[in-house]
Design a protein around this ligand. Sequence first.
Ligand code: BTN
Length: 327
Amino acid sequence: MNIKESLLNTLAAANGGYISGAALAESLGVSRNAVWKAVKSLEAEGYAIESVTSKGYRLSESNNRLSEKLIAAHLQTKALGRELQVFDEVDSTNIAAKKLASAGAPHGTAVVADRQTMGRGRLGRTFVSPSGTGIYFTVIVRPEFSMELTPMITTAASVAVAEAVEKLCGMETQIKWVNDVYLCGKKICGILTEASLGLETQSIDYAVIGIGVNVRSVRSEFSEQLSSIASSVEDETGMILDRNILCAEIINDLEKYILSLQERTFLPEYRRRELLTGNEITASVNDQQTSGKALGIDDNANLIVEFSDGTVKHLNSGEANLCRIKK
Ligand code: BTN
């Protein structure tokens, strides 16, 4: 590790606290002048570092640079995110992750980007992914559980996002079946999970869980139409979260819920936040526009709907989409 990397690690580990130039020089085994030069070089790379004469250096709360080191400093996982690649720009982190997974990348490998030029959403939509605002990342998982549980990875991921946002901004979030996370009535996160089937084993070879969270203000980036349904944590709450910490917190929670997917520990947390439950809804079911009442979420995270003709069905995410509360 070079001086710059060690310095960044040390500043990240101090969790916003100041460390004097002398203490940094001693712990890194270099001169104070070398510390100063490394600080300047990190600043030139976009890291916001504050220096106060009597206190020393600290990573500024307004630091908005995504980095492997800063994400890793907040990870508490065994496998997820332990192999981590952070890019300034990719086409789509899901595409990048699928390439890595087919080349044999291990379980837990994560790809994070500051910007996506071809961010992909569900139903073939695009996911607007401008620089400096969101976290766009994809985690590769090589599940050991049975294939029937795979669709629930996405559901569990939405709870991981909801909990991490709540932990850092202290406000309640909601989830709209299947996996859209809402804050103050606006969508702030979308999730796209894609799986690859092993031809010989007829089981899931790997799945990539792609998560996009709008963190910093997106007002100047989103069209009027998009702004009417989607927003960001900052635009809704005025809070500026550190994207590195939020990314790490989501990955921490994701590992917890994936390890206990069989036991469905995410489910009570999901049901508690689910928005459609109890409401009259419209939906497209097997390409037919229908309406009914959302009764709740079953043990396999399917949506239970009572249709206008009295029939009750448990719908999976392949059968039903475009679910909306009736106005
Ligand atoms: C949706 O709301 O329709 C799902 C959006 C999923 C977006 C994320 S951003 C990271 C990952 N890479 C992509 O191209 N898509 C997912």
